[in-house]
Design a protein around this ligand. Structure first.
Ligand SMILES: *Cc1c(COP(=O)(O)O)cnc(C)c1O
Length: 392
């Protein structure tokens, strides 16, 4: 197998050759001064990606799941109440994690395909006069359904309810591909990972933490060792790490930040919008529907697409892989068998996305879907021909 086909899963994403090369470095001593020179600017540049001036940025050797865990154990105690809505597989997994930490998890069940219910959060918080709810947890981009939630709206809901709760946001599949405004949205902990918008391998949980979260965390009674914010920040102060850092990945992240900033963060967002819009044009030309219920919820990093009734989306993704050696996202949780997903985040171009659309069209045709070959590709081509990436 030549192995040159792009992948269209929503993480890990395609790694540009320049980033693979950047990670191909010999091990060096992380206590030597050149580690500080590599690492300190990485932590600083990450603040720009989170759009924060005041938060502390932290990197743990872990996938995004470890970032969820770090947020919880550094700020909360067993029995603490948290409020979270379930509208997909990732919000569901975060709920499960909180329950295993013996938090008192209050869940608002939402239809999959919808996003964070700011109005219901506001109602619930307004009723919580004693301020028992310690944190509201929101998945910014629900990767299972291709739904982007309105974090500014959630912040407004908290403020309207005059509640002092912390706001934690999972931005694993949105950071560095869709706009994220930590300071403006008053986010207390933002959690991301290296293998999606940052175009690297999995292996880094990337967090930004507000002063408020750090202060409240001092009295948190959950056990923590590996993911202790305090140990990490103390070591980081001198440019170091409390244990052996994943050096090659940090080289990769340093290079990724350069690529992103060279393109320009706003241009990265507009490229993702365009790539996504081309996919959405194709979906509509096929006569299929997105899982996301309305336009304002459409994600620019991932589209989850219902297959017509009577078809099984798992067969489609399996067939695309077996016959054409191209990976698409399977339906997760409630979407299993009902929807497939096209990941369109990270290092992608128009041309790469068109190849994915052409492939899934062939796979659908092979399986007798009621679509016309070229219909989706043609719609995306028209869109890409007539729109441009650059915002400035
Ligand atoms: C990928 C992802 C995660 C983290 O998953 P890991 O496999 O642990 O990196 C968390 N939340 C969302 C929304 C994701 O897309």
């Amino acid at each position: 197998m030549i192995g040159q086909n792009p992948i269209f899963i929503p993480g890990p994403t395609n790694i540009p050759d320049s980033l693979r090369n950047a990670m191909n470095v010999q091990s060096t001593d992380h206590r030597a001064p050149d580690f500080v020179e590599l690492f300190a600017p990485v932590l600083e540049d990450l603040k720009g990606i989170f759009k924060t001036k005041t938060a502390k940025t932290i990197i743990f050797p872990s996938s995004g799941t470890g970032g969820w865990e770090a947020a919880i154990e550094n700020t909360l105690s067993p029995g603490d109440k948290v409020l979270i809505a379930r509208y997909g597989m990732f919000s569901h997994r975060w709920i499960d994690l909180c329950q295993r930490f013996n938090l008192d998890v209050e869940i608002i069940e939402c239809e999959w395909g919808t996003g964070a219910p700011a109005d219901l959060f506001e109602q619930r918080l307004a009723k919580d006069k004693a301020h028992e709810i310690k944190a509201v947890l929101v998945t910014h981009n629900e990767t299972a359904t291709g739904v982007k939630s309105d974090i500014a709206g959630v912040r407004k809901a908290i403020d309207n309810a005059e509640h002092e709760t912390l706001l934690f946001v999972d931005c694993v599949s949105s950071l560095a591909s869709m706009d994220f405004k930590m300071d403006e949205w008053g986010v207390d902990i933002a959690i991301s990972g290296s293998q999606k918008g940052f175009m690297l391998t999995a292996g880094l949980a990337i967090l930004a933490i507000s002063e408020k979260a750090l202060t409240l965390g001092k009295s948190a009674k959950s056990t923590r060792t590996f993911f202790d914010f305090k140990d990490m920040l103390n070591a980081n102060k001198n440019g170091g790490f409390p244990y052996t850092p994943p050096l090659q990945l940090i080289h990769g992240l340093s290079a990724a930040l350069k690529i992103i900033n060279d393109e320009g963060l706003e241009n990265v967002f507009s490229r993702h919008y365009r790539l996504a819009q081309g996919v959405r044009e194709a979906v509509s030309a096929w006569g299929l529907n997105l899982c996301a219920k309305s336009l304002d919820l459409y994600s620019d990093s991932i589209s989850a697409i219902y297959v017509p009734t009577g078809f099984n989306s798992d067969e489609l993704t399996n067939h695309a892989y077996d016959k054409y050696n191209v990976s698409f996202g399977v339906g997760l949780g409630e979407m299993a068998g009902k929807a497939f997903r096209i990941g369109h985040l990270g290092a992608l171009t128009d041309v790469m996305v068109l190849s994915g659309l052409a492939t899934i069209e062939m796979a659908m045709k092979d399986l007798n879907y009621p679509i016309e070959l070229g219909s989706g590709v043609g719609a995306a081509q028209e869109y890409y021909r007539n729109s441009s990436n650059k915002v400035k």
